[in-house]
Ligand binder design. Structure first.
Ligand SMILES: Cc1ncc(COP(=O)(O)O)c(C=O)c1O
Length: 477
C-alpha cells in the first residue's frame, strides 16, 4: 500500500522541496500552488528568472510518512469533479505577483471596489454589540424579512420569510438546491457558456449535466427550440444565469417568456435562476426575474447574493427564495453542514438592502464605472483584427472570440491551438491573466474580467495587443 503513494499522479506536486529559487521557480510554483492546468509551461523565459526565496518545510507526500499504510482512494463523486479553473488561475496569478512578476490579473470574478461604508459600519457595529452568536439556520428573521421586501419591490415576487434560506454565499445556495432536487441520473440542463461551477455541482449531486451550446452571433442566448428538443423525462433542472457570467448577456423578457412556455409543459422540470449580477446591468437592458413569469413561481428557485453588486465577496452571503417545500429541503442540508451564515454578515446584509432601490447611489456609482470600462474594452477590442465581440449588457466580463488566432505559431512559444494555450501565451508574453473559454464550455473564447480600474485595463489592452501582434489571426474575420 505504501508504494501506491509513489504512483499517485500528484505525488510529485506534494512536497520534498526545501527551497526553490531561480531557474527552479517554474516547477517550484507548480509544486507550491497545486495542480493547475498550465503552470509549468507558462513559466517560460520571462518568468523563469523570478527569484523565489520562500522556505518550505520538508513534507512527505500528502503528509503521510512512507511507512504508514493508508488507503488514499477518494470517492468517485469527488473524482468526477473538476477543480474551479477561475479560482486556480486567480490563485496562480496572485502567486506570480507575490513572486515579483508584474502580472495584470483579469481572471477573478471579484469587484475591485471596497464594500460601501454603511455596510461595513453595520458589520463593525454587530461585532461591537456582541452580535456574534449562531443565528437561526435559515438566517435571522430580520435579514429574511429584508430580502422578502427587496424581492417584492425590485422583482415583483412575493415570498414569506420561511421561503428564504440565507447561506454562506450564492455558491452554497446553488449547490444545496442542486443536491436537494436532483436524484442520481437526473439531467441538469445548462446553457453554455456557463458559470464554471454549474456542471460540477450537478456531478456532485450524481446528476448529469446536459450542456446546450449558444452562439456569439445570438448574444450567447439560449435558443428555445434547442431547449425543447433536449428535454427528456430525466430533465430535472434548467439553470439560467442572467446577467451572465461569463458572457454578460442579459435575457430579454420575451425570450424568458418563450422559455417559460416550454418549461411549463414539463411538470418534472424546475428552474434555478441565478440572479447574482442583477444590479450590474447596463440600460436599456433590464432584468426580469424568471419566477415572476406566469406559472413559474411554483417551479423556480431564485438565487441571489451580496458578493457582486455590493462588493461583499469576503462576507460570504447569498440566499435562495422558492416554494417552502424546496427551501426547507435545502435548509435541511445546510443544518447538517454549515448551519446559519455569519451573524455579522447578516447584519451587514440588512444594511446593504437598506441602501435604497437596487443598492442606491453606492451601487449605481460602481455600475457606472463598470459601464465605462465595458465601453472602453468593447471599443478597444473592436479595433483588433480577428476578434469577435458580443457587447455585454451586464455583469463585469467580456467573453471574446479569439479563435481566429488558433493555429498561429509564435516564435519562442509554439502553436496557439485553443483557449488555454492562448491564455498561457498572453500570460507568458503579455503578463495578463485571463481565463480560457473552455472552462466555461466554449473553447473559441476567453474571458476578461473588467473588475479593475480603467488605467489597469488600458495597460492590459496594450499588453494583449502587443502580444497578439506577434500572432496575427490565421483566418481573417
Ligand atoms: C454566476 C455566479 N453565481 C454565483 C456565484 C457565487 O457567488 P458567491 O458565492 O460569492 O455569493 C458567482 C461567483 O463568481 C457567479 O459568478
Amino acid at each position: 500500500m505504501a508504494n501506491s503513494l509513489h504512483t499517485l499522479p500528484n505525488a510529485s506536486r506534494l512536497g520534498f522541496r526545501h527551497q526553490f529559487s531561480g531557474a527552479d521557480s517554474a516547477s517550484a510554483l507548480d509544486s507550491a500552488f497545486g495542480s493547475l492546468s498550465f503552470p509549468s509551461q507558462l513559466l517560460a523565459p520571462s518568468l523563469k528568472s523570478v527569484q523565489l526565496t520562500k522556505k518550505v518545510k520538508p513534507v512527505m507526500a500528502g503528509n503521510i510518512p512512507d511507512h504508514v499504510s493508508v488507503d488514499i482512494s477518494l470517492s468517485p463523486r469527488v473524482n468526477s469533479v473538476k477543480p474551479s479553473k477561475t479560482v486556480a488561475i486567480s490563485d496562480q496569478a496572485t502567486a506570480l505577483v507575490q513572486a515579483g512578476v508584474p502580472v495584470i490579473r483579469l481572471a477573478a470574478g471579484e469587484p475591485d471596489f471596497d464594500t460601501p461604508a454603511p455596510i461595513t459600519e453595520a458589520g463593525i457595529n454587530a461585532i461591537r454589540d456582541g452580535y456574534t452568536r449562531y443565528t437561526a439556520n435559515a438566517g435571522t428573521l430580520e435579514v429574511r424579512q429584508a430580502i422578502c421586501r427587496k424581492l417584492k419591490d425590485e422583482n415583483g415576487l412575493s415570498y414569506t420569510p420561511d421561503q428564504i434560506l440565507v447561506s454562506n454565499g450564492a455558491k452554497q445556495s446553488i449547490l444545496q438546491a442542486v443536491v436537494a432536487v436532483c436524484s442520481p441520473g437526473d439531467e441538469v440542463i445548462i446553457p453554455a457558456p456557463f458559470w464554471v461551477s454549474y456542471p460540477e455541482m450537478a456531478r456532485l449531486a450524481d446528476a448529469t449535466p446536459v450542456i446546450l451550446p449558444t452562439h456569439i452571433d445570438n448574444n450567447f442566448l439560449l435558443d428555445p427550440k434547442l431547449l425543447e428538443s433536449k428535454i427528456t423525462e430525466k430533465s430535472r433542472l434548467l439553470i439560467l444565469c442572467s446577467p451572465s457570467n461569463p458572457t454578460g448577456s442579459v435575457y430579454p423578457k420575451e425570450l424568458l417568456e418563450k422559455i417559460a412556455e416550454i418549461v411549463a409543459k414539463h411538470p418534472r422540470l424546475l428552474v434555478l435562476s441565478d440572479e447574482i449580477y442583477e444590479h450590474i446591468i447596463y440600460a436599456p437592458a433590464t432584468h426580469t426575474s424568471f419566477a415572476s413569469l406566469p406559472g413559474m413561481w411554483e417551479r423556480t428557485l431564485t438565487v441571489n447574493g451580496f458578493s457582486k453588486a455590493f462588493a461583499m465577496t469576503g462576507w460570504r452571503l447569498g440566499y435562495l427564495a422558492g416554494p417552502k417545500h424546496f427551501v426547507s429541503a435545502c435548509g435541511k442540508i445546510q443544518s447538517q453542514s454549515t448551519s446559519g451564515a455569519s451573524s455579522i454578515s447578516q447584519k451587514a446584509a440588512v444594511a446593504a438592502l437598506g441602501m435604497g432601490y437596487a443598492g442606491g447611489e453606492a451601487v449605481a456609482t460602481m455600475v457606472k464605472a463598470f459601464r465605462e470600462r465595458r465601453d472602453y474594452l468593447v471599443k478597444s477590442f473592436g479595433e483588433l483584427a480577428g476578434v469577435k465581440i458580443s457587447e455585454p449588457q451586464g455583469a463585469f466580463y467580456l467573453f471574446l472570440d479569439f479563435s481566429s488566432y488558433y493555429g498561429a505559431e509564435v516564435e519562442g512559444f509554439g502553436v496557439i491551438n485553443n483557449s488555454e494555450s492562448l491564455c498561457r501565451y498572453l500570460l507568458e508574453k503579455g503578463q495578463v491573466a485571463l481565463v480560457p473559454g473552455d472552462a466555461f464550455g466554449d473553447d473559441s473564447c476567453i474571458r476578461i474580467s473588467y473588475a479593475e480600474s480603467l488605467s489597469v485595463l488600458q495597460a492590459a489592452v496594450e499588453r494583449i495587443k502587443e502580444a497578439l501582434e506577434a500572432a496575427r489571426p490565421v483566418v481573417p474575420v
